[in-house]
Design a protein around this ligand. Sequence first.
Ligand code: AMP
Ligand code: TRP
Length: 325
Amino acid sequence: MRVLSGIKPTGKLTLGNYIGALKNFAQYQSDHDVFIFIADLHALTLPIDPDELRTNTKLITAFYLASGLDPHKVTIFKQSDVSAHAELNAILQNYLYMGELSRMTQFKEKSQAMDHSGIGLGLFAYPVLMASDILLYEANIVPVGEDQIQHIEITRDLVVRFNNRYGKVLVMPEPQVTRVGKRIMSLSDPTVKMSKSESGKGDIYLTDDLKTMRKKIMSAVTDSGSEIYVDEENKPGITNLLTIYAALTNQSLEACVTKFKDYRYGDFKKEVADVVVNTLGPFQAKAMAFLHSGEVDRLLAEGAKKAAIIANKTLVKVKKAVGLI
Ligand code: AMP
Ligand code: TRP
């Protein structure tokens, strides 16, 4: 079975990225064929400074390694290094329709915030490139956070449409979301997703110093009342903190509710902060060591070579199917 996922090197990675995506990749590496990449072409879909893009790309690679991904077992690469992504994108853009692309939540949310004349075509066509990423590697499983499921669903629609027309060419992928933590919410407003692009006190960044992380958790918005239990509607703040704790300690939500039954909010938050700091502290140290080891560039170059072999095979299959060769 093949597994593929990627993260865009935009903004600062958050605890939401860590719990919803990053932390779940390494579990597949001993018994699956795993491809993990940096979605740098996707990063261009919103304005980004070139130096920021370069720095973020290296940092994400270091985060991948720090999360336990072993480059001997997993292929780690940069999307733009494998030209087959752009080539398959050019073919597949003809098989997704403007109507269905305009219904994508991510496009609607991101374009709403922008001046209409300044919305790049790439933002609109984002799911075509994402489908190309997935289909090139014939991925069976795509681990992502909840917000990306819609893009995998549209990829699945594309597979049906394409294969109906040309025969069994493309492999059907399946999204996989983590049981606990598929959508981590902002600490300052637990009704919105924790996100890279916010710059508020509600988002824990993987690069925050540990004191700042602790402070953000201790000042997280809680709910009225004093009891600790799961109720997304009436207790979104407490539910979010319970989810963070459960995800980082690999426990069920129920087990955590039992543990914290008689706690006061302040003591509960302190334990959540301890777990976050004790997880991300060593994680940061590992990432920084990789970043400064000088290994990142070499590793990405090797990864791209391995990835290109698989990707080019699929590209040839698709080109033959549609009549380009
Ligand atoms: P992005 O930041 O959009 O590149 O997202 C990278 C990965 O992190 C995707 O699989 C997202 O679904 C996941 N992700 C982003 N934010 C969150 C969040 N707040 N909770 C859970 N998963 C998230
Ligand atoms: N769109 C994803 C995000 O914003 C990143 C991504 C690009 C991706 N291509 C992918 C994730 C293919 C999984 C598979 O988070």
